[in-house]
Design a protein around this ligand. Structure first.
Ligand code: ADP
Length: 149
């Protein structure tokens, strides 16, 4: 049984995130999407709304679960008996950050991080982009899964 957590802020959950989860399901038996409560990041969408929205997106996929956490990611993984952390990488900036996190998490809890590279059609999509468009009342439907449109 291979279980991974997919941790992030998901403020909001985008097509890029969705693609990582779908592809992750080919590698893992179960994926737990962990929405980290981050006191230093200002949230746009309330965390409970994000949780509810992501649940709806995966309501027909029993191998995906959604949870909010407010501890270290490695502790969240351990509490859920997950041996892997799934992350996505879009660009070199993501790469440097992910490499440091992966190394730290390996050292802290002997947990492996599995990185999937973004597909080119999603490489420009970020939660920040969606938040900015949303703030100006623009249509975000091209960047988020169907259920959020
Ligand atoms: P965090 O605040 O932890 O970076 P995010 O919600 O921004 O959380 O992202 C969660 C994960 O999804 C990260 O690994 C991030 O690199 C990845 N990700 C974000 N957008 C995309 C995308 N368009 N394509 C692939 N991976 C992505």
């Amino acid at each position: 049984m291979k279980r991974a957590i997919f941790p992030g802020s998901f403020d909001p959950f985008t097509l890029g995130h969705y693609d990582i989860v779908k592809r992750g399901l080919q590698l893992f038996d179960e994926i737990i999407i962990g929405i980290g409560r981050n006191s230093t990041k200002k949230e746009t969408f309330p965390i409970r709304e994000r949780e509810e929205a992501i649940r709806k997106i995966f309501k027909d996929e029993p191998r995906v679960q959604v949870a909010i956490y407010d501890c270290l990611t490695v502790d969240f993984a351990r509490d859920n008996n997950a041996e892997f952390i799934l992350r996505g990488v879009r660009c070199v900036e993501d790469f440097e950050y992910e490499r440091n996190m992966a190394e730290a998490n390996k050292q802290l809890a002997d947990i492996e991080t599995i990185i999937l590279y973004t597909r080119p059609e999603y490489a420009h999509i970020s939660s920040t982009l969606v938040r900015d468009l949303y703030a100006y009342g623009k249509d975000v439907s091209a960047f988020v899964p169907n259920h959020l449109r």
